[in-house]
Design a binder for this molecule. Structure first.
Ligand SMILES: *[C@@H]1O[C@H](CO)[C@@H](O)[C@H](O)[C@H]1NC(C)=O
Ligand SMILES: *[C@@H]1O[C@H](CO)[C@@H](O)[C@H](O)[C@H]1NC(C)=O
Ligand SMILES: *[C@@H]1O[C@H](CO)[C@@H](O)[C@H](O)[C@H]1NC(C)=O
Ligand SMILES: *[C@@H]1O[C@H](CO)[C@@H](O)[C@H](O)[C@H]1NC(C)=O
Ligand SMILES: *[C@@H]1O[C@H](CO)[C@@H](O)[C@H](O)[C@H]1NC(C)=O
Ligand SMILES: *[C@@H]1O[C@H](CO)[C@@H](O)[C@H](O)[C@H]1NC(C)=O
Ligand SMILES: *[C@@H]1O[C@H](CO)[C@@H](O)[C@H](O)[C@H]1NC(C)=O
Ligand SMILES: *[C@@H]1O[C@H](CO)[C@@H](O)[C@H](O)[C@H]1NC(C)=O
Ligand SMILES: *[C@@H]1O[C@H](CO)[C@@H](O)[C@H](O)[C@H]1NC(C)=O
Length: 889
């Protein structure tokens, strides 16, 4: 069937095919085959597969073409598939994407294969590591064992929109590249899983059982799947040369794959497939192919059941003579050990057989693509103004890598929408495009400092959620439309325009370069003056607080919502459920329109903060985003009611969690992870924000835990921004919580970020000891006083929470105590920065984790150690020792 041919005769063969079937491309219906890095507009038929490849110009507009090093290329490497001889690398931008627009459109099922062959193309002899995303979800982290390693990954996934994005993300470990990208349409009613369209399947193994030769691919396989040959030593290969019917089976495994099969050598023993993978929570879906290949006597039968880790999942089943059937599990297979056993039933004379198998790992698609109207609008904006930013792939996804200059709202089940768009200083020409109006959730639009001309358009009024509009520094003519002015007067909009647009008439004297932002009512000159004075002050405050207004962008700005008091009342169902009490007021459970739960914090009116200060700070805090900071969703400052709205976290605060009885006591590892999360949040506030922010009230009650025990720091009500010179200590009125309050700050009233480090030290001690900051007794004791005798005696083990019953790594605990006491040093000079604390804590976690590996070489750990890497899984088959070990239900 497979004839070995020299290159010369292969070439001849394909020349013949090309002339005999001019519509060769049509046979590969719906295929997209990209040879990444091929010269522009290049098309060719690959001699090994007969597949037509094209260069990547139609699919991506970033990156550069490169050829692999000649050491790895033809003729030094005669078996190298042609698509791998060149590649496209992406030295610029952190996210670069291919956009595939398959003919079958959205909601169809596709197989997508990406291949990577480094082959020292850059002469550095150092293969990079980078992330590959499918739409907004991580597909895999591409890693190479060596320079000649070819990494190929396949995924089976539904298209969630007309465009499928395959994105390469630079994670700071070298320049991402790709060698080939292929898409094949599949039958949408195959490869079903319990997750339907909300998961993609990552290929783990695809085996042609009983074959010794590689097979499949196009045209044998109409879906161009690659089937690896597989025979186990304890299996017996069998085959038929008769035609096998594969037509009634949507999976369409190629006949040559089904014609070969295997049965166990000893008829009384089952067929067993066993594999290992490093992550016990991986979920597998398995597709087993069966067809009888032996002509059986009438009085004998072949019948078998199938089990997963000892539990029966299917059967009894008798394969039909020369007809293909596929058996798969609808529920994900999970478990530390992965073992599929095909065993004969009692009334079966013959041993079980297996013709082929595909094993996939499920990847849940948690992140949705951006709302399609928003996508269309942005692409229109991109083309209208020929924007030169790295605007590729999906605008909002992946969450970590949105397009430059925009921010999105990410709900749980609705596609994200753009709420913030900053196109200032982006060399925009011409009129303001009406496409912007399609961004229906837009709250903040900055078009300042461009060369926009034409009128301030009426249609901007259609952006019902717009709260901030900046048009200054353009050549716009005419006045601001009435509708926008009304919104302005009602206090619903903050507007910045050039003077000529403010007055809108020729009589208005134009002062070049002077920008008059409008903030409040324009109904009288007096009001305007007042507004300008207020604004001037605010701007000065802003400037002194942030260096320059341009630095605004650094906060990854996403202006969310300013809520009205009635909205807050309805959100909390008239303050029905109290979920916490704080020094500044109660915290209520709220539900937003789209169903998201939020924590609504009421600040008492007596709070020393003025309304305006409150607002400025609230606006500022809304721009801070970090996974370890509880997201600030919005605020309300009406009728003397100051309300802060935060992300709600299901597991409550760390204080309650720690003080609860031992039933829920936290393991040492979880405690370290919480400490690391909190440290990351603080590190971001101190070093990731410009200017730095001091939290001022770090305590266990302000560390919240998500469903998955991820810790987030909450309550920025007291936070202060430190002036950008960074060195000067701000003098403030002292706030904070007893037990956590930095003694130096208390005395000097000079605030710097080391005050948070002190409080963090106390939190860390609480995590270590399980004791509260102030230990209740007749004479209350501060936790520092409580630990110091232990530390002096060196009795670290007695200091650690007794509920852990010694189940922790001793050196990890020692190190953690050292870090905590260093943080809680009495003078700020002796305290480390969070930037120092964070890697130290990570080191503690490593020590704890490595203990876990050495300790119990249980069955699971053994499995892990036999196969270290998941990318090159090992399939082992062994005969099952005794049937009694299987417990069918
Ligand atoms: C790669 O090699 C091919 C064939 O030698 C050549 O045509 C092409 O220009 C090379 N591409 C690059 C980017 O060097
Ligand atoms: C490179 O790595 C691959 C995959 O781990 C391995 O199969 C191959 O033998 C390695 N080649 C060399 C030259 O080390
Ligand atoms: C998918 O296509 C259908 C029909 O063309 C269309 O109604 C639907 O809105 C599309 N969905 C997306 C997410 O593009
Ligand atoms: C089929 O089985 C025969 C006899 O066992 C063997 O010689 C032959 O190579 C097999 N063919 C294939 C395609 O495996
Ligand atoms: C897809 O597969 C199903 C059975 O799995 C079959 O009924 C259907 O005809 C197939 N559709 C196409 C277009 O081949
Ligand atoms: C087949 O397996 C059974 C049960 O393990 C064993 O008793 C028998 O000796 C085996 N037969 C051969 C030929 O190995
Ligand atoms: C293991 O898999 C689960 C679920 O797929 C995932 O959440 C977790 O991060 C994985 N763990 C590791 C160490 O990769
Ligand atoms: C099936 O029938 C054949 C002859 O018809 C006989 O030789 C054989 O032993 C029978 N096998 C069984 C399992 O009954
Ligand atoms: C096979 O499955 C059937 C149906 O679940 C069950 O009755 C039978 O006992 C199983 N056979 C064996 C050998 O486990």
């Amino acid at each position: 069937m497979m004839v070995e041919m020299s290159i010369g005769s292969l070439q001849l063969l394909f020349l013949c095919i090309l002339t005999a079937v001019p519509a060769n491309g049509q046979l590969q219906t719906g295929f997209i085959s990209i040879d990444c890095g091929a010269p522009a507009n290049f098309k060719y038929v690959d001699l090994d597969t007969g597949i037509s490849y094209e260069s990547d110009g139609a699919y991506t507009d970033t990156g550069t073409n490169r050829n692999i090093s000649s050491d790895y290329a033809y003729p030094n490497n005669p078996n190298l598939p042609q698509p791998l001889s060149d590649l496209r690398s992406f030295p610029q931008g952190n996210k670069n994407c291919y956009t595939l627009r398959p003919a079958a459109g959205n909601a169809s099922l596709y197989l997508i294969r990406a291949s990577f062959f480094y082959a020292n193309y850059d002469g550095l002899n150092d293969p990079p590591q980078f992330d590959l995303y499918l739409d907004a979800n991580l597909w895999l982290t591409v890693k190479f064992s060596n320079t000649s390693d070819v990494v190929t990954s396949e995924t089976v996934s539904f298209a969630s929109s007309k465009a499928i994005y395959v994105c390469l993300v630079n994670i700071g470990a070298g320049v991402p590249f790709i060698s080939a990208l292929e898409l094949r349409p599949l039958n949408s009613s195959t490869y079903d899983s319990e997750y339907g369209k909300s998961a993609s399947l990552l290929l783990y193994q695809r085996l042609n059982v009983g074959s010794t030769k590689g097979s499949g691919r196009y045209t044998d396989d109409i879906y161009d799947r690659i089937w690896a040959p597989y025979v186990s030593s304890s299996w017996e290969a069998i085959n038929t040369s008769l035609a096998v019917n594969t037509n009634e089976n949507g999976y369409k495994a190629p006949p040559e794959v089904i014609q070969t099969a295997a049965r166990s050598q000893n008829a009384s023993k089952p067929l067993e497939l066993r594999w290992t993978s490093s992550n016990a929570s991986d979920q597998f879906f398995v597709y087993l192919y069966f067809a009888e290949v032996e002509q059986l006597q009438r009085n004998v039968s072949r019948k078998f059941n199938i089990s997963w880790n000892g539990s029966q999942i299917s059967g009894p089943f008798s394969p039909r003579y020369l007809y293909t059937a596929t058996i798969s599990n609808s529920k994900a297979l999970v478990g530390g050990e992965r073992r599929i056993v095909i065993y004969k039933t009692a009334d079966s004379a013959l041993p079980p057989i297996l013709n082929a198998v595909e094993i996939y790992k499920a990847r849940l698609l948690d992140e949705l693509l951006t709302n399609s109207e928003d996508v269309n609008a942005l692409f229109s904006v991109k083309t209208t103004y020929q924007i030169k930013k790295n605007w590729v792939g999906d605008p909002c996804g992946p969450k970590k890598y949105p397009w430059e200059g925009l921010a999105c709202n990410y709900g749980s089940s609705i596609p994200p929408q753009i709420i913030y768009l900053n196109l200032s200083s982006s060399k925009l020409n011409g009129a303001i495009t009406a496409a912007l109006v399609e961004l229906s959730s837009l709250e903040s639009l900055d078009l300042s400092n461009n060369s926009l001309t034409g009128p301030v358009p009426e249609f901007l009024e259609e952006l019902k959620n717009l709260k901030y509009l900046n048009l200054r520094g353009n050549n716009l003519s005419g006045a601001v439309p009435k509708a926008l002015l009304e919104r302005l007067n009602a206090g619903l909009l903050t507007l910045s325009v050039d003077e000529q647009n403010l007055c809108g008439s020729a009589s208005c004297k134009r002062k070049k370069g002077i920008i008059i932002p409008i903030v409040s009512s324009l109904s009288s000159v007096m009001a305007l003056c007042a507004a300008l004075v207020v604004l001037w002050k605010l701007r000065r405050k802003w400037k002194s607080g942030t260096g320059s207004p341009n630095e605004e962008g650094r906060y990854l700005a996403s202006e969310k919502r300013h809520f009205t008091y009635p909205e807050v009342v309805s959100m909390t169902n008239n303050f029905q459920t109290v979920i916490g009490k704080g020094g500044f007021g109660d915290v209520y459970l709220g539900i937003m329109n789209e169903g998201t739960q939020v924590a609504v914090k009421m600040l008492s009116a007596s709070s020393s903060q003025g309304l305006r200060e409150f607002r400025t700070e609230a606006e500022l805090l809304m721009r801070i985003h970090h996974k370890n900071l509880a997201s600030f969703i919005g605020y309300c400052d009406e009728s003397n009611k100051m309300v802060l709205i935060y992300e709600y976290l299901a597991k409550g605060n760390l204080k309650n969690y720690l003080s609860d009885g031992d039933s829920r006591s936290l393991s040492w590892e979880s405690r370290l992870r919480i400490a690391i999360d909190a440290a990351q949040g603080l590190e971001y506030l101190h070093h990731g924000c410009k200017p730095p922010i001091v939290h001022r009230d770090v305590k266990t009650a302000n560390i919240l835990l998500s469903e998955s025990m991820e810790a987030k720091i909450a309550d920025f009500g007291l936070s202060k921004v430190i002036p950008s010179d960074g060195l000067s200590n701000m003098t403030t009125s002292v706030v904070g919580t007893t037990g956590y309050l930095d003694p130096e700050y208390y005395i000097s009233r000079k605030l710097n970020e080391k005050s948070d480090v002190y409080s963090f030290g106390i939190v860390l001690l609480e995590l270590i000891t399980g004791q509260p900051a102030i230990i209740k007794a007749e004479m209350p004791v501060h936790i520092l006083e409580w630990v110091s005798p232990f530390i002096q005696r060196g009795d670290i083990l007695d200091l650690v929470d007794q509920r852990l019953q010694g189940d922790f790594d001793e050196s990890s605990a020692r190190r953690a105590v050292e870090i905590a006491t260093a943080c809680a040093a009495s003078t700020s000079l002796h305290r480390p920065t969070m930037g120092y604390v964070l890697p130290e804590l990570k080191h503690c976690l490593e020590m704890e984790l490595s203990r876990g590996l050495e300790r119990t070489p249980g069955p699971r750990d053994e499995a892990i150690s036999t196969t270290v890497s998941t990318s090159s899984p090992e399939i082992q088959s062994t005969n099952f020792d005794s049937m009694s070990a299987i417990s069918p239900r």
